[in-house]
Design a protein around this ligand. Structure first.
Ligand code: GLA
Length: 461
């Protein structure tokens, strides 16, 4: 599996209405025919929130919603980017001079991340220019990973346009790193599932080294995605990076307490592995090392025996240098307990006991509680939505993705699906009509979808 490249599929564009429309728009925009098309899907994370950047395994599945780009390599070394949605303005740049705006990133900056990642990986001196038309159907800022899908799509577009090849795993790793050009310190879950997703299969994604294992979900169950309609753009605030830094600091505290080389210790999983302890033992250690009151930067410095200057310049990333409160106890407790829930979820899927749905649902509910109370990455609307979903038949329901808004994912016995959809529609969306943006409302059952692909039009071969 490790060396497998993203698939290439020959298709009759005329038989696929979305591709056909994209092709026609491309012709009217650029006056030429696309040479190829690339798709990269969004994802829904079933369990394992905010632990990928701590080195722990997560359990997402790709969704059908994706980013689709029609591409024509051109000789001019200019990138022309345009979007089927007129809300997203056209953008052009020289491919030799890429600037990524971190302060107020627009849609095209995510494309540039993928482009730059591939250029740098191959040290491309003479990258090809491209005309690209993009069509995205993943609701943005909703926790379904539209931004990473765009980075991954752009990475694969650039790879193909420059006639290069890489495995899915290599692409996922490059796109994970290159998305950080936007300023967020994300883990690798979104990019990995976007490349490694397979139809009908959820995946346990493990890191260092990156690998994906199939997870067979119980039959007679459905996963429902519901948008809270609260927008969360993780690049626009420092919430996300603050959590990453809190986990980084917690790792350093634990390492120092245990006499390890704490300067090097970057993630909680590394500390656990070095100590040779179980997750349960790490939870006990958390109780021993941390107090539950928040830590000030001064207290952090005094524990680590470093100056404030050193904390800011060598440990904290840019948009977190002025953070005044670090909740190390709560964040570390969430991470170790969530990491354990992922493994339990996988085990239940494997062993398939008679009460599997109930057990999986319980784990999802515990995960939401931990995200809400310990990790503080929920919001009142998401909490209400999760409650409504449970009230109308979900065995488990939790926020998915970064949180602070966006979607909830619910595990629903298939026989309860129609009722749940109708009731949640009524209880969450209809009764909050005045306050929820109409265009953001979405509520649908989903199945595991396939990963990123290149499409070639059959007669152009
Ligand atoms: C975002 C990041 C991921 C992951 C999730 C939270 O989607 O991109 O790497 O950290 O948040 O689980």
């Amino acid at each position: 599996m490790a060396a497998e490249e993203p698939g290439t599929r020959l298709i009759q564009v005329a038989e696929h209405p979305r591709l056909l429309k994209l092709k026609e728009m491309f012709i009217s925009k650029f006056g030429s025919i696309p040479e190829f098309y690339v798709r990269a899907p969004g994802r829904v994370n079933l369990i394992g929130e905010h632990i990928d950047y701590c080195g722990y395994a997560v359990l997402p599945m790709a969704v059908e919603q994706d980013i689709l780009i029609a591409v024509e390599p051109v000789k001019s070394q200019t990138l022309h980017l345009t979007n089927t949605n007129p809300k997203y303005l056209d953008f052009s740049t020289s491919v030799n001079d890429i600037h990524i705006d971190k302060t107020n990133p627009q849609w095209h900056n995510y494309f540039l991340c993928g482009l730059k990642g591939i250029q740098e990986h191959f040290n491309l001196k003479n990258p090809t220019g491209m005309n690209c038309l993009l069509d995205g159907i993943i609701p943005p800022s909703s926790g379904l990973s539209s931004s990473s899908a765009l980075v991954c799509c752009a990475g694969l577009v650039t790879l193909r346009a420059n006639k290069l090849s890489l495995s899915k795993v290599e692409l996922a790793e490059i796109c994970t790193k290159s998305e950080r050009y936007i300023g967020t310190e994300g883990g690798g879950m979104d990019q990995s599932i976007s490349f490694l997703g397979e139809e009908g299969k959820a995946k346990l994604i493990e890191f260092n080294p990156l690998r994906a294992t199939d997870v067979q979900l119980p039959s007679e169950t459905s996963f429902v995605i519901a948008n809270s309609c609260v927008e969360m753009n993780k690049a626009a605030t420092s919430h996300f990076n603050t959590r990453v830094m809190e986990c980084r600091l917690a790792a350093k505290f634990l390492a120092k307490y245990k006499g390890l080389e704490w300067n090097k210790a970057l993630c909680l999983e590394e500390v656990q592995v070095t100590l040779g302890l179980s997750l349960e033992e790490m939870l006990l250690l958390v109780e021993e090392v941390f107090h539950s009151e928040p830590y000030s930067p001064e207290e952090v410095c005094s524990y680590l025996e470093i100056s404030l200057e050193k904390l800011k310049t060598t440990i904290l990333c840019k948009n977190t240098q002025d953070v005044l409160v670090f909740k190390l106890y709560q964040r570390a407790k969430h991470v170790f307990s969530e990491a354990a829930r992922v493994l339990q979820f996988q085990k239940i899927c494997e062993e398939a006991p008679a009460n599997a749905i109930q057990l999986l649902g319980d784990l999802m509910n515990q995960s939401h509680r931990s995200c809400r109370s310990l990790y503080e990455c929920s919001c009142p609307e998401l909490d209400r939505l999760v409650d409504v979903c449970r009230q109308f038949g979900a065995q488990g329901s939790r926020l998915t993705g970064a949180g602070w808004g966006g979607c909830a994912v619910s595990l629903v016995p298939t026989d309860k699906l129609p009722d749940l959809l109708a009731n949640v529609q009524e209880a969450y969306y209809q009764s909050n009509k005045g306050t929820l943006a109409v265009e953001k409302r979405c509520l649908f059952a989903t199945k595991p979808g396939g990963g990123a692909l290149v499409f070639l039009e059959a007669q152009t071969m």
